[in-house]
Ligand binder design. Structure first.
Ligand code: CUA
Length: 347
């Protein structure tokens, strides 16, 4: 009867947990070399754990049944204390199992942190985490972008990770992770390699502030040709708002922190070609994006929602409110939202 009462509880829990199974956020569906090897480690540990559990529970069940009190048996059974041979065995077996796990794990940890920056075939990307966004710069191409890490498929991407403020962690469940971005100035190396073209969801995996949960990014794996075309488009001269009045507001208010092309500052996310990105502020998903997002909206609407009240979208972020702090009018915000949504890279 008690079991029956628990059925709705378990049904509810399994429903709740199944909703967590976002396909693009699963380590169980690896799409890259590192993630595949990480899944191998997960399988190895689970196999060992399940085997230990089955053997221990099996022995326990055998003992409970075999040595249970039989009818008419009233005397205390023979008492046994200590068995040297058995104790050696049950110390040695766990030791061997832990050693197997430790060797496999440590080996992989070093392999995943390998520095491929000097590798001529690898694409080097410097990753800098900020409250609450990601900066990606490609030193060999002289370009910087934010939020969407565009990479060529089937190539090693050598990542050098650091933070601009507090501790964050770079994690793309279906490709690789997690790698912390340290606060002491040290650089962590990691690498990713996507086996198939596609958009892969990344997350900050270290509690870093009120919008930690919204500190997402995307990895866009494209063909070699598309990657080169994207690099060229990123290097093209910056596009400014056509309307001179709007361009003036944009230059004076936005470019003090943000950059487009070679203009502006490095404080906020680089906005070059922002209309081509998968999302606005990482969590407002663009309907024009390549990832097939549930609940996505046109980029223009997302841009406007963000600019009207950045704190409502991402609490605790560093962006001044265009309306409250910078004194932009609704019309100006609308025009800038339109400009940014239209600022697409042609490639
Ligand atoms: Cu950044 Cu959590």
């Amino acid at each position: 009867k008690a079991v029956k009462r628990l059925v709705p509880l378990f049904a509810g829990l399994s429903l709740l947990l199944s909703a967590c199974g976002r396909e693009d956020l699963s380590v169980l569906r690896p799409q890259g070399t590192v993630a595949e090897e990480q899944l191998g480690l997960i399988k190895l540990s689970i196999t060992i754990m399940v085997a230990v559990m089955l053997i221990v529970f099996g022995i326990a069940a055998f003992v409970w049944i075999k040595f249970r009190r039989k009818p008419g048996q009233n005397e205390v059974p023979k008492q046994v204390e200590g068995n040297f041979k058995l104790e050696v065995i049950w110390t040695a077996i766990p030791l061997v199992l832990v050693l197997i796990l430790a060797v496999a794990t440590v080996q992989k940890v070093f392999a995943f942190g390998e520095n491929y920056s000097a590798d001529k075939n690898a694409v080097k990307v410097k990753v800098t985490s900020h409250l609450f966004w990601w900066e990606f710069s490609y030193p060999d191409y002289g370009i910087t972008t934010a939020q969407d890490l565009v990479i060529p498929t089937g190539k090693k991407i050598a990542l050098e990770l650091k933070t601009a403020d507090v501790l964050h962690s770079f994690w793309v469940p279906s490709l690789a992770g997690k790698t912390d971005t340290n606060t002491d100035g040290t650089i962590n190396n990691a690498w990713i390699e996507a086996k198939n073209e596609g958009v892969y969801l990344g997350k900050c995996a270290e509690l870093c502030g009120p919008s930690h949960a919204f500190m997402e990014f995307k990895v866009k794996a494209v063909s070699d040709d598309e990657f080169n075309a994207w690099v060229d488009a990123m290097k093209a001269p910056a596009v400014l708002p056509e309307d001179p009045a709007v361009a003036e507001v944009f230059k004076n208010q936005c470019l003090t922190c943000h950059a487009v092309g070679d203009q502006g500052g490095p404080i906020g996310p680089n906005l070059t070609g922002i209309g081509s990105r998968e999302s606005v502020a990482s969590i407002l998903l663009n309907a024009e994006g390549e990832g097939n997002y549930v609940g996505s909206k046109p980029a223009k609407d997302n841009m406007k929602e963000w600019l009207m009240d950045p704190q409502a979208v991402k609490p605790g972020n560093k962006m001044p409110s265009p309306k409250e702090d910078l004194g932009l009018t609704d019309d100006e915000i609308n025009a800038i939202a339109q400009y940014l949504a239209d600022y697409k890279l042609s490639y």
